[in-house]
Design a protein around this ligand. Sequence first.
Ligand SMILES: C[S@@+](CC[C@H](N)C(=O)[O-])C[C@H]1O[C@@H](n2cnc3c(N)ncnc32)[C@H](O)[C@@H]1O
Length: 206
Amino acid sequence: MDSHPSPLRDEPLGWTFFRQWLKSPLSIAAISPSSRQLARQMVAELPVDARRVIELGGGTGVITQALLDHGIAADQLLVLELNPELHDHLRRRFPQVAVACADACDLPEVARRAGLLADGPADAVVSGLGMLSMPRATQRRILQAAFDVLRPDGRFIQFTYGPAGPVAGEVVADLGLVARRGNLAWWNIPPATVYVYTRRTDRSPA
Ligand SMILES: C[S@@+](CC[C@H](N)C(=O)[O-])C[C@H]1O[C@@H](n2cnc3c(N)ncnc32)[C@H](O)[C@@H]1O
């Protein structure tokens, strides 16, 4: 017997996503899931030796699938999703992956509880969160939480639909980070650009 009946199980992913957007547009922050092109471009920004990866805001799992396709082992991947119905959907779609129904702001505690950091810090945090629509204080808490679990040269990879970087410049500067613009996914609706954030070092460009 299935103990988690879900109305989301058999419906198309785009509809699953759209229904959640209707209920909670600010938190979902997009009317359709990311395209596979965008998911591949996000994953292409992983460090070449990336093993331990955390995804924030898994949604219906487009980026989760791209991470697995890229070769990230299911037991080295942790996905956080705040929306209970999307969390339930992700757990069914990826039974071999740890998926937490949790707020990205609580990442260090969630990752420790999941045992992901037992052998060392994470190599990358890949975020599908609607960062642009978040207040600066929330952006700061999420970036701080991510860099608390990342290795010194770890990467925070984020996409945006906007013309500029998704994290406020003031937050980037205060946390001692640098931003690099990656590829533009033309075929995404709407087109989206990938950004990569790392800790500033002496060799970082001004
Ligand atoms: C723009 S959607 C992206 C979904 C998916 N990654 C994709 O690219 O199609 C943002 C997702 O982040 C989730 N989310 C929003 N705020 C969150 C938070 N504070 N912590 C964890 N997940 C959150 C939403 O429920 C939604 O599934």
